[in-house]
Design a protein around this ligand. Structure first.
Ligand SMILES: N[C@@H](CCC(=O)N[C@@H](CS)C(=O)NCC(=O)O)C(=O)O
Length: 210
């Protein structure tokens, strides 16, 4: 397997975390977003959307991080990460969609405009992201209070998908907080495979905050 990624990308990090947690070998190919490598013809041939991550797996070329997570689990029989029982699978899918449809946009608004774009010029976008995150925080705290994982009794791709956004928010000091969320965040970041996906500046920030 070849994973086209960028270390600061939350959409890449969730795939790396799954592959590393499951002990699956893969080649990392960094796509340098800072030089526009995602818009070069050779990359557009893999993903015409010009976005990472992209997974190459035995002739299959796949984009969209949630689809990639599901594909890896199904093709490698990672049943604990993506349970087969219909009700448990439905709940994992619910959280994958929630992360993509509700949580990803405010994460990007805050992270991108703080780290990549000019934060002063884009202060209104950061504020909008933070406002949306404030609305989502009680929903998340309600789901995690008294629970170790989003679904069932062990970590699933739902946790990996969400924690990758949370890591980006932690990096810019905007992570939603609450007793359940904090304990869940610490639990996931203590996992070797999850930490392995974190770039050095993220690890440094987390150590400083601990
Ligand atoms: N829905 C996509 C989003 C992918 C995405 O937004 N990737 C970002 C990096 S986190 C990207 O490639 N941005 C570069 C660009 O849009 O030019 C997924 O889940 O994979």
């Amino acid at each position: 397997m070849i994973l086209h990624l960028h270390p600061f990308s939350q959409n890449s990090r969730r795939i790396q975390a799954l592959l590393d947690c499951a002990g699956l070998a893969y080649e990392r190919r960094v796509v340098d977003l800072t030089t526009g490598a995602q818009r070069r013809p050779e990359f557009l041939a893999l993903n015409p959307n010009g976005q990472i991550p992209v997974l190459e797996d035995d002739g299959l070329v796949l984009s969209e991080s949630m689809a990639i997570l599901r594909h890896i689990c199904r093709s490698r029989g990672l049943e604990t990460w993506y349970p087969e029982a219909p009700a448990a699978r439905a709940k994992v899918d619910q959280w994958l969609d929630w992360t993509q449809c509700r949580f990803a946009r405010p994460t990007s608004l805050v992270f991108f405009n703080t780290v990549v774009a000019d934060p002063e010029e884009n202060a209104h976008l950061i504020a909008e992201g933070k406002r949306l995150l404030a609305d989502l925080t009680p929903i998340l705290e309600g789901a995690l209070a008294g629970r170790e994982w989003l679904v069932g009794e062990g970590p699933t791709i739902a946790d990996l998908a969400l924690v990758s956004c949370m890591q980006s928010l932690e990096f810019v000091g905007a992570r939603p907080q609450g007793p359940g969320i904090d304990a869940w965040f610490a639990r996931l970041n203590a996992m070797e495979g999850v930490r392995a996906a974190l770039p050095e500046p993220f690890l440094a920030r987390m150590s400083a905050a601990a």
